[in-house]
Write a protein that binds this ligand. Structure first.
Ligand SMILES: Cc1ncc(COP(=O)(O)O)c(C=O)c1O
Length: 247
């Protein structure tokens, strides 16, 4: 199985990955947790794999508080997921019976209702995020020590997060401290998983150095981006970031 991640909503190079999966006869499951509404060559992210997963965690563009969905075009797989979500409990033979080890992963009706209400606002939220991200990209141009997110022309992220990279010779923690002191909620966006808990052992077993992940762990920086921000807020974020780093 290959499980590409559309990280922070930026679509992975799914054409090349799907070709590889076909060539080796591997299942393709897209981790589209962050990427509802993102597009790759004008096609929705999460529509290439045999299955794809979207998260509705509060950090995501569309949230139900917690939870998410699996999407698939495979009717048999859809049935299996539905069954496993509810203990794999079957009533096919009359009496309810457990078929295999299932899970208790049902989304409540209340959370689903919140999601449906949000779904009707998805297009307008995406549009606003794109406008604000475009402005941030423009206002942060030319900052030598900050690399803005690079978006290839054939993809459209949903801009769940605006994540850039600070030069390794600049102190990210000092920049975050200065931004937070001026009321800008900047933060490290993610931690390299192989540096934490049980994954450390697993990474050692696999071998390798994961140097790209380690650099991004140290240097990536998430700036605030939210549809309720206005143009003035974006300018303030850009201005404070410029002031927080070296001249
Ligand atoms: C790339 C990615 N995959 C998976 C998840 C997990 O999603 P959930 O918390 O809804 O299980 C997240 C959540 O942050 C994520 O960012």
């Amino acid at each position: 199985m290959i499980m590409p991640v559309h990280q922070f909503s930026l679509p992975a190079e799914i054409d090349a990955i799907a070709t590889l999966a076909n060539e080796y006869g591997l299942l393709l499951v897209e981790d589209a947790a962050c990427a509802i509404g993102s597009r790759y060559r004008d096609r929705h992210v999460g529509t290439r794999g045999q299955a794809s997963c979207f998260s509705f965690h509060p950090r995501k563009v569309l949230t139900t508080g917690e939870g998410g969905v699996v999407v698939t075009n495979d009717g048999v797989l859809a049935e299996r997921v539905r069954a496993l979500r509810a203990h794999d409990l079957s009533t096919a033979g009359g009496e309810p019976t457990l078929v295999t080890w299932g899970f208790n992963y049902r989304m409540t009706e209340i959370h689903a209702a919140i999601g449906l209400a949000q779904m009707s606002k998805l297009e307008s939220m995406l549009l606003r995020r794109r406008q604000l991200a475009d402005q941030l990209q423009e206002e942060l141009a030319g900052l030598a020590w900050f690399t803005r997110p690079a978006v290839p022309p054939h993809v459209t992220p949903n801009w769940q997060s605006y994540v850039g990279v600070v030069s390794p010779d600049v102190s990210r923690s000092q920049i975050i401290e200065r931004l937070v002191a001026s009321g800008i909620e900047a933060r490290p966006p993610a931690t390299a998983i192989h540096t934490m808990g049980p994954y450390r052992e697993a990474a050692r077993a696999v071998g390798g150095t994961f140097s790209v992940a380690e650099t991004l762990d140290r240097c990536a920086l998430a700036l605030p981006l939210h549809p309720r921000m206005d143009e003035g807020d974006v300018t303030r974020v850009a201005t404070e970031l410029r002031h927080a780093g070296p001249a």
